[in-house]
Design a protein around this ligand. Structure first.
Ligand SMILES: Cc1cc2nc3c(=O)[nH]c(=O)nc-3n(C[C@H](O)[C@H](O)[C@H](O)COP(=O)(O)OP(=O)(O)OC[C@H]3O[C@@H](n4cnc5c(N)ncnc54)[C@H](O)[C@@H]3O)c2cc1C
Length: 416
């Protein structure tokens, strides 16, 4: 079934009786050409592009819970391509281009909104760094623009420009950046993959990875063993645990990132805004809630909920920047498990086990990567070669020293 505005109108007139299920609920087969572990954004996008770009349709996505129940449905929905370093910049540039065509591609309204993302700066040094980053982004072929304080005051009149500690000196905007409705992205990829014959199997936890003579042969699951010639891991915060089932130790620590949403308010914040002097960023959802977040909880954890000290830290940073926030009521907060790498950049690579591939280490920025991660991981799994824009996301870079330390935070990104 094709979705369209016309379909919504005609179904509305017919009592909405004609809608069909968005995807099937198949029983697992005994064997597939390829299995993706993890039905989050990355796993579903990988399955879709394996089918679409590489003609592989005898594949399954195995999800231990329900599709989209992980971080893809928990993030703060920011989509941008304003990275600085080679490795990241070409990859996220590719991703943003895929985002721009995603709705017609998937025939799904993911509510991609290019409302602009502004990073504020608060010192001369930060202005220099922002100018340098902006130049790198423009050289990459994407858009970036420095904004003066007077331009900012017109666009964001609600900020406190005269904070005594951190006065605002200006901002760096990427106008093509913005947000997308996060769970619609999972649903859109799921539906499109299913339509191409991919089996999406929910409530199917992978409990073991079968390896014979250095080659993957399948997986053990809570719904029985399934054989496969190729297995891709796309399990985000659970990457270390799933890789351990193949005897691997990944350079990843899992930490919690929290997010918050207020009651619905009239439109007030038209962009995504990041505070340059505190860990705080904010946007407004289409329902009117102010959606914001900050830093990770600093201890390693697999609990998908955070702790109070970070709540206080985020609220304080928010109110320093935007005193009006004090009058909004926070409705909900939640957390997701982040797979933090030492340099803050991801991994899309083969492993030393033939046929076993890893897509992990998305830290707190993997939502915007969803289409490109799926595209490149599918390319790797289908061809055995890294895609050009993901060539530097190697698993061995922490041994060889070719790290991609985007934020210049040193060897322990998770403790920045
Ligand atoms: C609060 C918060 C805010 C964020 N904000 C942003 C943002 O604004 N912009 C941005 O770009 N990124 C953001 N992120 C990061 C982004 O959400 C993640 O990097 C990205 O979603 C991870 O990829 P995924 O969607 O595939 O993960 P997930 O949705 O977590 O998918 C992994 C799936 O694997 C499944 N799984 C795990 N173990 C097994 C197993 N053994 N067997 C079968 N299945 C298994 C899980 O159940 C899960 O569904 C944020 C994250 C959080 C938590």
């Amino acid at each position: 079934m094709r979705y369209s505005g016309w379909k919504v109108i005609t179904e509305g007139l017919r009592g909405n009786l004609g809608w069909t299920r968005a995807w099937r609920d198949p029983a697992p087969k005994a064997e597939y050409d390829a299995i993706i572990i993890g039905g989050g954004g990355h796993g579903l996008a990988t399955a879709y592009y394996l089918a679409k770009n590489h003609g592989m349709t005898n594949i399954a996505v195995l999800e231990k819970g329900y599709l989209g129940g992980g971080n893809v449905g928990r993030n703060t929905t920011i989509v941008r391509a304003n990275y600085f370093l080679p490795g990241n910049s070409e990859f996220y540039s590719h991703s943003l281009k895929l985002w721009e065509g995603l709705e017609p591609e998937l025939n799904y309204n993911v509510m991609h909104s290019q409302r602009g993302h502004i990073i504020l700066f608060h010192s001369d040094g930060q202005r220099d760094a922002a100018a340098r980053r902006g130049n790198a982004i423009v050289n990459q072929g994407d858009d970036a623009e420095l904004l003066s304080v007077s331009q900012l005051k017109e666009m964001l009149p609600y900020l406190d420009y005269n904070q005594t500690r951190f006065p605002i000196y200006g901002g760096l905007i990427q106008r093509r950046a913005g947000t997308a409705r996060h769970d619609a992205v999972a649903w859109g990829f799921a539906r499109a993959a299913d339509q191409r014959g991919v089996d999406l199997i929910q409530n199917c936890e992978v409990t073991g990875i079968d390896i014979e003579n250095g080659r993957v042969t399948g997986v053990q699951t809570t719904r029985g063993p399934i054989r496969a010639k190729k297995v891709g891991m796309a399990v985000a915060g659970r990457s270390s645990q799933v890789a351990a089932k193949a005897g691997m130790r990944l350079p990843i620590e899992s930490h919690i990132l929290q997010a918050f949403v207020t009651e619905g308010l009239k439109p007030v914040i038209d962009h995504v805004v990041s505070y340059g002097m505190g860990h705080f960023y904010i946007s407004q959802s289409d329902k009117g809630g102010l959606v914001f977040g900050g830093d990770i909880d600093m201890y390693a954890s697999y609990a998908a909920r955070g702790n109070l000290p970070m709540v206080e830290h985020v609220m304080e940073a928010g109110m320093t920047l935007m005193p009006m926030l004090a009058r909004a009521k926070v409705l909900r907060s939640w957390g997701g498990i982040m797979d933090m790498t030492p340099d803050g950049s991801p991994i899309i690579d083969k492993t030393h086990i033939e046929g076993l591939f890893v897509d992990a280490g998305w830290n707190y920025g993997g939502f915007k990567a969803t289409p490109a991660s799926g595209w490149c991981f599918a390319h790797l799994m289908a061809t055995g070669q890294s895609h050009d824009v993901a060539r530097r996301f190697r698993l061995d870079r922490f041994r060889t020293g070719h790290v991609i330390d985007e934020e210049g935070t040193g060897s322990q990104h998770n403790l920045h």
